[in-house]
Design a protein around this ligand. Structure first.
Ligand code: URP
Ligand code: ZN
Ligand code: ZN
Length: 459
C-alpha cells in the first residue's frame, strides 16, 4: 500500500522546504517536488507542516510505585501519545522486587506492553543495585535492544556514588548511556521529615523539600563521576532549574562532551504557584515545579542547544483518587503527572508560535536528538528515505483551548487546563498507517512493536 503526502512544508532539524513524501508499506521511499504515483492514496498537507513523529524517551506507563500504580497502561498511554503526535516511546521500567536482575523487569514489561501499545516502544533498564552480575547484565540488556539504564539518586533504590561510577564505566565500555534522576536524597529526606514534624504538610511543602540546589548538587556529582569514568555518556532526566543547567555548563567548560540534558514541558511552562492552588496535589512530581526565572533559563537553554531533549516524564495518577492520598500529608501523594499527549502542541504553541524556539529546534529536541541519543536513529525521529514512515501533519494556523475533554489517556485531568493553544495536530502516521486524525485515534490495540535499539550515536 502506498501513500503520498502532498504539498506540505517539511521540517527537519536543519531544513524546511515544500515537498511531497512517498510512503510504501512502512517506510518513506522518497521525498521530492511534485512526486506522482498513480497507485498511491493522496494525503493533502497543503498549508501544513510535516514533521517526524515525535519520540518521547521518558514515560512511565503502568508504573508500579508501591503505594499505587500509574493509571495509564500501555494502551491508554500510547493512544494518548499517538493523538498528541508521539509515535515512539522509550519507557522507564519500574523497580522490581529487591535483588532482581535487570531482565526480570524486562520480562514484566514485555507482558505489560505486548498486545496493548499502539505505537512503537522501547524500555530503559532500571538499576536498583550494583554488583558483578548486574554489570555483566548491562551488556546482555544492550544486546537485547536495551542499551540504556537509569539510576536514581533518590527514592527507595537509590544508588551510591561507587555504584554510579561502576555503571558509568561499564556503560561507556559497551557504548550505552546512563540516565539519571538527580536529587540529593539525604537533603530531601531531611527536609521532608522536618516540614512534616512542624505540621507543614500541604502540597507546597513538597516543593520546599526539594530545593533547586538539592537537584543541582546531584547533577554536579553525577557529572563529576562521569568525568572520572572518562567522559562516560550521561543523560540527565527532567532537569528543572537554572542551577542544574549551570552545573552542566561548567562540566562542558571543563571539557566533558558526553552530556545530554532533558527537560519537560511542565518545567518550561508551570511554576511552584500551582502548589498553592486548591488542586495543588495535581502537580506533585519530582523534581517539583520551580519559578518563572527557572522556566526562562530552561527556554533559553533549549533555544541555544544546551538542552538536547524535551520528554514528558508522563506518570499520571487520578486527582480524585490516588493524588488525594496526599491531602493531609504531601509525602503520601504518589509523585508524577500526565503530559504525553500535550507535549508537541505545547512546544509548538508556547515555543514556536511565541518565538522562543524555531521549528528546527522543536524537531531536534522532540524527535531527532532523543532518537539519536537512545539509538533509534535513523529508523525513528527523522524524515528520510528508508526511515519508518512516522510523521505528524500540523496546522500552524488553527487555534483552540486545551481541555481535559480532548485528552485520550485514562487520567482525570490535564495540568494545562484552559491554556490557549496555537496550532493543531491534524494527522499522525506511524509506519505508514494513520493512527490519529483530527483528534481521534484511528488504529487498533496492540499495533505497536518493540524497538530493538542499538548503542547510542553522539548528537
Ligand atoms: O514525580 C515523578 N517524576 N515521578 C515519576 C518518577 C520519576 O521520578 O521520574
Ligand atoms: Zn525521575
Ligand atoms: Zn520519570
Amino acid at each position: 500500500m502506498k501513500k503520498l503526502v502532498k504539498n506540505g512544508r517539511i521540517f527537519t532539524e536543519s531544513e524546511d522546504y515544500l515537498a511531497d513524501l512517498l510512503i510504501e508499506d512502512e517506510k518513506i521511499v522518497s521525498i521530492g517536488a511534485r512526486l506522482h504515483d498513480a497507485d498511491a492514496e493522496i494525503i493533502d498537507a497543503a498549508g501544513c507542516y510535516v514533521l517526524p513523529g515525535a519520540v518521547d524517551v521518558h514515560t512511565h506507563m503502568d508504573l508500579d510505585v508501591g503505594i499505587s500504580r500509574a493509571v495509564d497502561d500501555f494502551y491508554d498511554g500510547t493512544v494518548a501519545a499517538a493523538c498528541g503526535g508521539t509515535t515512539s516511546i522509550v519507557d522507564h521500567m519500574a523497580f522490581g522486587p529487591a535483588g532482581v536482575p535487570l531482565h526480570y523487569q524486562f520480562e514484566v514489561y514485555k507482558k505489560l506492553a505486548e498486545g496493548k501499545a499502539v505505537i512503537d516502544y522501547g524500555f530503559h533498564g532500571t538499576a536498583q543495585h550494583v554488583d558483578a552480575d548486574i554489570l555483566a547484565e548491562l551488556e546482555t540488556m544492550a544486546a537485547d535492544g536495551i542499551p540504556s539504564v537509569k539510576a536514581y539518586l533518590t527514592y527507595g533504590f537509590k544508588l551510591n556514588d561507587a555504584d554510579v561510577l561502576q555503571i558509568l564505566q561499564k556503560m561507556k565500555e559497551i557504548g550505552g548511556i546512563t540516565a539519571f534522576h538527580c536529587e540529593n536524597h539525604d537533603i530531601v529526606e531531611y527536609l521532608k521529615q522536618k516540614h512534616k514534624s512542624e505540621g507543614k504538610t500541604s502540597a507546597v511543602w513538597h516543593a520546599k523539600s526539594r530545593p533547586n540546589l538539592a537537584e543541582a548538587e546531584a547533577v554536579q556529582r553525577v557529572l563529576k563521576l562521569a568525568r572520572m569514568a572518562g567522559d562516560a555518556p550521561v543523560y540527565i532526566v527532567h532537569l528543572s532549574c537554572k542551577e542544574s543547567l549551570e552545573a552542566v555548563r561548567e562540566a562542558r567548560r571543563q571539557g566533558q562532551k558526553q552530556i545530554f540534558v532533558e527537560t519537560c514541558p511542565q518545567y518550561l511552562l508551570l511554576t511552584e504557584e500551582c502548589y498553592t492552588r486548591e488542586d495543588g496535589l495535581k502537580y506533585i512530581m519530582s523534581p517539583p515545579l520551580r519559578t518563572k526565572e527557572d522556566c526562562d533559563a530552561l527556554w533559553k537553554g533549549l533555544a541555544k542547544g544546551e538542552i538536547q531533549a524535551v520528554a514528558t516524564d508522563h506518570c499520571p495518577f487520578h486527582y480524585a483518587k490516588e493524588k488525594q492520598m496526599g491531602k493531609d500529608d504531601f509525602t503520601a501523594c504518589p509523585n508524577g503527572a500526565p503530559g504525553v499527549e500535550e507535549r508537541l502542541i505545547l512546544l509548538y504553541s508556547e515555543g514556536v508560535a511565541k518565538g522562543r524556539l524555531t521549528m528546527h529546534r522543536l524537531v531536534e529536541t522532540l524527535c531527532t536528538s532523543p532518537s539519536r541519543i537512545y539509538g533509534l536513529y535513523p529508523q525513528k525521529g527523522a524524515l528520510l528515505p528508508g526511515a519508518d514512515a512516522d510523521l505528524v501533519i500540523l496546522n500552524p494556523d488553527a487555534s483552540g483551548v486545551l481541555t481535559h475533554s480532548q485528552m485520550h489517556g485514562a487520567v482525570d485531568y490535564t495540568a494545562y487546563e484552559g491554556m490557549k493553544i496555537q496550532g493543531e495536530i491534524r494527522l499522525v502516521m506511524q509506519r505508514g498507517n494513520v493512527i490519529a486524525k483530527d483528534g481521534r485515534f484511528t488504529r487498533e490495540k496492540g499495533a505497536g512493536r518493540f524497538i530493538h535499539r542499538t548503542p547510542h550515536t553522539n548528537v
